[in-house]
Write a protein that binds this ligand. Sequence first.
Ligand SMILES: [Zn+2]
Length: 55
Amino acid sequence: MFLNHYECPRCDGAWSDSWFCQVDDDCPHCGLRHVSPENSLECDDAADYAQEEAA
Ligand SMILES: [Zn+2]
């Protein structure tokens, strides 16, 4: 798992999300799509597996 940290170039919003790889994500603040991760932490902790299916 990777814990990806994103910073939106449009609204300066920041968020983190955990994925199986380093993927682009959509800004939850303004909806800007395909934001690349600023940095990623590799993590094996299953407790971080909090991905929501409905998102
Ligand atoms: Zn944004």
